[in-house]
Design a protein around this ligand. Sequence first.
Ligand code: FAD
Length: 515
Amino acid sequence: EAVVHWMRMADLRIVDNRALSQASKRAREVDIPLIVLFVISPQDYVAHDRGPRRIDFVLRNLKSIKRSLKELNIPLYVTTHTPRRNLPTGVIDLLKQWNAKELYANIEYEVDELRRDIRILELAKQEGIRCTFIHDKLVVEPGTLFTQQGKPFAVFSPFHRRWIEALNRNLHWIAEASVPTPNDYEIHSHSSYADLFNQEVPDEVEGFECEDREKMKVIWPEGHGAAKEMLDRFLHTKSRGSQLGPANPLEEGAESSAKASRALTYKDKRDQADRDTTSRLSPYLSAGVISCREVVRATMELLKIKRVESSRDTSIGTWVQELAWRDFYTHIMCAWPRVSMGRPYQEKFAGVKWEVNEEHFNAWKEGRTGVPIVDAGMRQMNTMGWMHNRARMITAMYLTKDLMLDWRLGERYFSKMLIDSDLASNNGGWQWSSGTGTDPQPYFRIFNPYNQSEKADPTGNYIREFVPELGGLRGPDVHKPSPKTAQKLGYPLLLIEHGKARDRALRRYKNPGME
Ligand code: FAD
């Protein structure tokens, strides 16, 4: 007999993991061993545009979890399943094989995953297996916050006010889940359990070989310890200044200075891509290597406050607001699941006419648009698997409003390249940028990439770092090199002039379906 915790792509940790914690408590209560299961589903990864970096990050974290669980005498069993259609049957068969009567898992809110879990519930019921699905991904559970009219929030600011208010009244929402207690059984001696311990986490998933794995390992080390250190450094040490590129963030000698820590200068500095100004925690939050609750608790401890900071005028308040954005987009996906099925949140834009231009799309992907800030952003993502938030907004808006290419193309490319890819946040960011989403400002919010460039990269260091052709330029030229300079330096010429592109976008959004 056994109690099983089914670990998924977004709760890859032992510390503060709600379902794992409850599964462990239950196992102890009924006095039977706990088994942790992870199912690799390559067909799901293809269907959901997962990229090799994200998959590799999952495998690396699983290896680290396997080692730590072993110390607790708890086996982690990793299996690969195809086709995805009958994955629920595969899981139930495993549970039967282990004679497991109880299954615990944290909820995944994407449509396919919810459907899969409903099927699991049906099958489990037939077999007399009890299933417990638990909310874990966000600070505030979807379906808890409503407007005065009793509707889900569709606008961020009122959502954020309500989010803070509800959280401060329910601080137990961020309470820490206890770590699992060790299995105290001689399960090694039982041959089928021994097999679970002996089985190895694979190094790769076929079709998702990560070519720059060694580099990713350096920039994004796996494990809860690394995530915690990343968080601590953000909260307690100063910016690492000009260090932007693919180096190990934990090895750099960041100057310890709580007063001037990135967390405490976040409000004024966060939009600067030319310095290391943000936490870079997104890969760890997306994969659940650290819990968002732990992040909020640590932030409160920094300020020694008992309530969650609500003011957007302070750095900590601004940072906590970013975590609320993370919650917001998953809440949106739950209330309007169409957004995760390639449909715009604002359905009136479903008919906007997009250009079909492979050449432009490739130039954007490769960072060859001739607009330095766009190219720097794209090349940062291509080399690091991560891009600064402001650069994500600029590059996304450039694809959709300047090149007038379908936002879904960009969403898919980001999903494949980012190590922090998360369906709800990526979709939310793309729909915000393309004007089809929840941004209450209408579609005519169109960034001028050159003005944006001066704000996001006032020193020009970001562009110089990621677009080496322009490495010798100083002053305004780096943001907008003349055609002559560009040609001389071997930098691509513009694909389209911004003013013209802007007029075209305004025309097309105003009259969806028209040229
Ligand atoms: P910090 O500034 O330190 O913020 C702390 C945390 O808050 C982040 O780690 C993240 O979990 C959350 N957060 C911050 N901003 C946002 C936001 N706008 N929306 C949702 N959560 C946010 N974020 C992802 O995690 N995965 C994605 O796939 C993703 N795709 C995006 C696509 C586009 C087009 C845009 C505009 C944004 C996208 N974001 C995505 C949001 C944001 O850009 C990243 O979360 C952020 O850049 C991560 O860096 P950080 O950890 O240093 O953030």
